[in-house]
Every structure is written in C-alpha cells, then in structure tokens.
Design a protein around this ligand. Structure first.
Ligand code: ADP
Ligand code: MG
Length: 262
C-alpha cells in the first residue's frame, strides 16, 4: 500500500481535531500500521499528546521541528521524533508557527512547500499513514496541509456553533481541489457528543442530509478520560483501553483504515 496522507482540519477551534488525530493515529498502530503524525498548530496540542511540556518547549527551541523544517524547506525526515509507542512517530510543532503565514508570503510556490518537504518521507513508503493536525484557520498554511494530503477528515463538535463554520470548510476544500483534484473528503467525525442533549440528534440529521458527505458511524462521546489521558501525554486508547472513548476511537480508526487503504 502507498503511504496515505490524511489531514484533520476544521476552522472551528475546539472541535476535536488534535484529540481525534492523536487517537486515530494510535488506533491505526493497534491495527498493525506504521504512522507518522505532524503537528501543524502553534498550540502544540498534538505534540503535548505524546511529549511532556518540558520536552515540547525544548523541541520548539531546537532546529528540529515543523517550523524550522518549513522555513528552511528541509526534508522533514530530519524533524521526526519517535514517541513512546511502537510504529508511531511525530513531527512536533513550535509556538513560532504563529508567524508562518507571514513567512510563507514571500516564498515561491508557497502552497506547495509542505508537500515538497514531506515528499521524500511519503515516497519512501516507510509509513502506512501520515496524519496531519491542522490549526483552526483557513489560510495559506492549511492550504499547504491539504495540498500535501490525499484525504481530509473534518472533526465536528456536536453543537450549533460546531455546524456553523462547516460551510466555510467545504468552500475552502473546493478551492484546494482546484489545485489538488485528487484530494478527497474522507468524512466527518462527530466528536464531543453529549448524549444527554437532544441536539445530537439534530446534528446527525443535518450532517447525514448533506449529500456526498460521509459521516463516520463511530461518533465520540464526551468522556473525562480524554482529558485525563491528555494530562498524562498519552492517547486514551493506551491510557484506559476499556474506556468508552477508547473504544469509540478504536472503531473510528478501523473506519479510517478501511477507507484509507482502498
Ligand atoms: N470526547 C471528548 N470528551 C471530553 N473532552 C474532549 C473530547 N474531545 C476533546 N475534548 C477536549 O476538548 C478540547 C478541544 O479538543 P481538541 O482536540 O484540542 O480540539 P481542536 O484541536 O479542534 O482545537 C480539549 O480540551 C480536549 O481535551
Ligand atoms: Mg488542535
């Protein structure tokens, strides 16, 4: 199988992008896949999901992180770190990513820089999947992430405001597909579902009514285990395998693998 690149993006903040990216990545390794994650957000949440705060700060100051890789247009292989888990690696972010839009502005073919920096790693076929965690924006850097991707997964929080921004995301996707027609929307992952609220039903009905948009069967409910696992820099599947969210994320990883390995 060729290496597949999947971007987790949604311009709405707090929709579960980083949580979903980190847990689907770990879930895919449980299915026997080798996975590389890339943290595209200045908030470094995906990096913190696997490394301590001290480690993340140290990496951010070093010359081996996503920011330095893009700025110097290096082969991103130089910025890969092994996590504590087998077959799971990470390219960490840096708070300096806050200035990335400005830095990209004067670069030649600025939408293609990340794809070029990842090209050698992708073409080597070493990884089954490369999972990209996007920041909550829709600028040139997110365009870079999507142009480097084969698939987009949109994590959506089951709330009225969670749905509001989705139209912008679809428009942005269409724009990117003009440049990168092979990019496909793999599906919408509904997250942070509070089953005590009726709003969930409405959310699911609305999403299922969107033609040509796949909604993953496994949705992720609110679970305090997610926060406990993040406090321990662990994916929830490793932190407490029997927890509800661990099982839901495992099911989601299986669905992603089914669609991604086609
Ligand atoms: N299923 C869940 N149950 C409880 N809290 C969650 C769940 N998913 C995410 N969270 C919390 O919601 C917040 C936003 O999630 P995050 O993955 O960081 O979103 P994004 O990357 O889209 O900003 C985080 O504090 C995270 O711990
Ligand atoms: Mg995030």
């Amino acid at each position: 199988m060729k290496t597949k690149v999947i971007c987790f993006a949604n311009n709405k903040g707090g929709s579960g992008k980083s949580t979903t990216c980190s847990n689907v990545a770990y879930g895919l390794t449980m299915l026997g896949k080798k996975v590389l994650m890339l943290d595209g957000d200045m908030q470094c949440n995906l990096s913190l999901a696997y490394f301590s705060e001290d480690q993340v700060l140290e990496i951010a100051k070093s010359d081996r992180n996503l920011y330095r890789g893009i700025l110097e247009q290096k082969n991103l292989r130089d910025c890969i770190y092994h996590t504590a888990y087998e077959n799971l690696d990470l390219i960490p972010s840096s708070s300096l990513m806050s200035g990335i839009e400005f830095d990209l502005f004067t670069k030649w073919q600025r939408e293609f820089i990340l794809r070029n920096c990842l090209e050698e790693v992708k073409n080597s076929g070493e990884y089954d999947y490369i999972l990209l965690d996007a920041p909550p924006t829709l600028g040139c850097f997110v365009m870079n992430l999507l142009i480097a991707s084969d698939y987009l997964v949109i994590p959506v929080e089951a709330s009225p405001w969670g749905l509001f921004g989705l139209a912008n995301m679809f428009d942005f996707l269409k724009e990117v597909q003009k440049i990168s027609p092979a990019l496909k929307l793999m599906g919408i992952a509904v997250t942070k579902v509070d089953t005590r609220k009726n709003y969930v039903k409405q959310t699911m009905e609305y999403l299922n009514a969107q033609e040509e948009v796949h909604v993953f069967n496994s949705f992720i409910r609110m679970d305090s285990m997610i926060e406990w696992s993040q406090d321990n820099s662990m994916p929830v599947i490793a932190y407490k395998k029997s927890s509800r969210s661990a099982q839901e994320y495992m099911e989601l990883a299986k669905e992603v693998d089914q669609l991604g390995s086609r």
